[in-house]
Design a protein around this ligand. Sequence first.
Ligand code: GLC
Ligand code: CA
Length: 560
Amino acid sequence: MKKEWWQEAVVYQIYCKSFCDSNGDGIGDLRGVISKLPDIKELGVNCIWFNPLYRSPQVDNGYDISDYQDIDPSYGTLDDFKELLELAHSMGIRVVMDLVLNHTSDEHKWFQESRKSKDNPYRNYYVWRAPKENGKEPNNWGNYFYEGRGSAWQFDELTGEYYLHNYSWKMPDVNWEYEPLRQEMYKMMRWWLDLGVDGFRLDAINRLKKPAGLPDSKMPPAPPVGIYGYVVDRAICTNVPGIHEILREINKNVWSQYDIMTVGETGNLSSDGALDYICQSHNEIDMVFHFEIGKNANIITVNQYKETQQRWIDLMKHNAWISQFLTNHDSPRQVSRFGNDKEYRVPSAKMLATLVHTMPGTPFVYQGEEIGMTNVYFDTIDDYNERYTIGKYNTMIEAGVSPEKALGKLRDLSRDNARTPYQWNDSANAGFTTGKPWIKVNPRYPEINFEADRKSPDSIFEYYKKLIQMRRDHPAIIDGNFRFLMMEHPQMVVYLRKCARETLLVVTNFSDDKIKIELPQEIQDFTWERILTNRADTQPSLSGRTEWLPWEAEVYTLSE
Ligand code: GLC
Ligand code: CA
């Protein structure tokens, strides 16, 4: 079957702000990215997803857009972007933009107009409501960033009404019920696609539709903002009936007219509801990022990991495609969260990559994973930048929690873990900037950096290169069907990928322990040739193998 290009792609996610600073202002920029394109090319990826580059007050690092059709001056100019796009294309690398359709910045001209008066032509671009009789907010919704005392409504004195902001008060939600807003968004998307971009990562895409009548959340109020009567209910504006009509209409008017990839960020979506979005015959979006593996405060067990993968992979039988990733710019670092960033940093980084790149679906690499970058532990809240960590910290302090305790609770999960500057080498500021970086560099940079990794015989980058090359050389990785073996085992993740031309076997140990176990007879009956390993010190032959080292990862092919 002929595949779409995005089914064969490997996507590299660039958080431009933290990637490479070309002019010493401490902020990563497009010229910095241009200077590193050869390294990206060498890795073998053939698509880049950029976190938002648009003009923005940078309250949420670009997710607060004040002009959709311009590049933020801190990143460069539109001409820089065009140059980058052309260069990337000439190197065989596609470029996907992050697109925020759920909200804009309050500094966007639409909102500036909207707030002016109740009969302003832009009024209905946003969600305005009169106060309740007692002057209170229209409902009990809390904002996801825990800002202020937590409400998702901001009172605007100019017209005496509240506007809805599910995220920051600086990021008002737009109103997708209003046709002129829709048309404006379509026009803007076409403009980027006509410029040559290859698709969109669609921010918070399952939140565009709000529930009719904007009813109170029935969830019990929980600390810290519960004490003020607000409820942070991430489900209430998600997957609301009517969302699919909105997406189908965008698809019909815009996306279907171009050869592009669309991948939706869908918090609060389980495999149950996913087909409605990604079944190809529904004409909505190509893939989603779900968070059944990586989101919650609790790390899932290896068995839960397998069970979740199985559910999502099963969807592929119904004319759908899935994404593979473990972490991104909104989460801790992959090797810190799922691996062991201390004594097994290198093998566990490679083992996790093996899963991402050999399971069915399109793999996404977040910048820094390919050199095993780790979480950062800042000592004071002042060193943190991202809105969610700071908002939650402040409300916890207000609710009487001690600073140490608050920080202790937030540190492991803070999104800033993933946002510290890329570690290029062991010079000052990890070679990211000659100036003062906008956020502190991870203190482990003298040990963990691109240059050091490239020199190491045990290089993680080299291992990624091999994995990505495998996707080109082994059709079973893209086309093969999938079957877990030893499903019940609490540490080993073992599976087969089989297509008409070949059978691959992936054997991984998802733990710090040395595991003693024999592979099932159906494997032992055949001869397997090892094509990849993350441990130099093990025997290449499968026969008689009963012991698996911590975080060991191996890929074999069935010998004829
Ligand atoms: C998405 C983005 C996140 C941002 C939020 C609001 O979850 O990935 O970084 O803060 O949407 O736009
Ligand atoms: Ca810069």
